[in-house]
Design a protein around this ligand. Structure first.
Ligand SMILES: O=C(O)CCC(=O)C(=O)O
Ligand SMILES: [Fe+2]
Length: 304
């Protein structure tokens, strides 16, 4: 059987029948299928090869990304130049502050999950737990980091998922008094925050960087929506408050960040490209995969 038209416009029962009957579906024209994973955050996209993507398909992907905050484009076969070319559709790429995990030939790409063993053979936990804990990427940079894009090169047999949540939801559900209190406040961020996890990824010079200051309530440059911009991982203090007051407010805000019904858990498949919007989403690696198995991603940072 051949069906000529977009798969996602098929009535559900016909679609199910085509899949169940094992008939090949030939589709001409728009082939993108966008399947939301949660009412607030996350969508999975299939039916596109990003190596040869045209403007129309990219515009649809970009729109879906703004709408869902996080999208996964499934089943991609990329080399590093191809991945970078696709990333540049989203914006300007910037090499990550952590130099020791940059790829030697393509320093705009960070390679995550390799070199898990120290010279003495013991496990380097900082590699396994990189990204564990709710955070946005690069809030410690003065420039706003628009997006992070990960390409799955190797996926473990179990564990190693990534969690995402919406900071639009966190803002919308914040008690009115708290909204009013933080509306004009700014937060200070440094790499690793107060607890300094993963500090050993940095050079001394990087450790000495001054904190970056960003508004706690932010308006998204493209969607116009309001979100909460704090994370317990990288924040050091709320500017202008006494230490104790700042700590209490950080704790209070942190307790309002994650709502279970607004969490998307991404289960990786090799060939997935996942891109998230750091302006309105938090993410956390789960880090719970067998350490003897490979979980490798190429990672690119995209600035506003
Ligand atoms: O490995 C992951 O699941 C996410 C790691 C992370 O936080 C990042 O790449 O920014
Ligand atoms: Fe991250």
């Amino acid at each position: 059987m051949q069906y000529y038209g977009p798969v996602n416009f098929l009535p559900l029962d016909i679609h199910a029948w085509i899949i169940a009957s094992g008939h090949e579906v030939t589709v001409e024209g728009a082939m993108l299928e966008i399947v939301p994973q949660n009412p607030h955050v996350g969508a999975i996209i299939s039916g596109v090869d990003v190596n040869t993507i045209g403007d129309k398909d990219f515009a649809e992907i970009y729109r879906a990304w703004l709408d869902h905050g996080v999208i996964c484009v499934r089943g991609q076969d990329l080399d590093m130049p191809g991945f970078l070319a696709y990333c540049r559709h989203f914006g300007r790429v910037k090499p990550h502050l952590v130099k020791r995990t940059r790829d030697a030939d393509y320093p705009d790409i960070t390679v995550m999950g390799t070199n898990k063993r120290k010279p003495d053979g013991s496990l380097d936990k900082s590699v396994l737990t990189r990204g564990v804990g709710w955070h946005t990427d690069l809030p410690w940079d003065q420039e706003i980091c628009k997006a992070t894009q990960l390409y799955a090169v190797a996926t473990p047999s179990r564990g190693g998922d990534t969690l995402f949540t919406s900071m639009y939801v966190a803002w919308d559900r914040l008690p009115a008094a708290l909204k009013e209190r933080v509306a004009n406040l700014k937060a200070e961020f440094v790499y690793g925050g107060r607890k300094k996890p993963h500090d050993d990824f940095l050079t001394n010079e990087d450790r000495a960087r001054p904190p970056a200051l960003h508004p706690v309530m932010r308006t998204h440059e493209e969607t116009g929506r309001t979100s909460l911009y704090v994370n317990p991982f990288h924040i050091t203090r709320i500017a202008g408050l006494a230490d104790n007051e700042s700590d209490v407010l950080i704790e209070e805000l942190s307790s309002h960040l994650v709502h279970d019904d607004a969490v998307y858990r991404h289960k990786w498949q090799t060939g997935d490209i996942v891109v998230w919007d750091n302006r309105c989403c938090l993410h956390s690696a789960t880090g719970d995969y067998p350490p003897e198995e490979d979980r490798v991603h190429w990672r690119v940072t995209i600035m506003q």
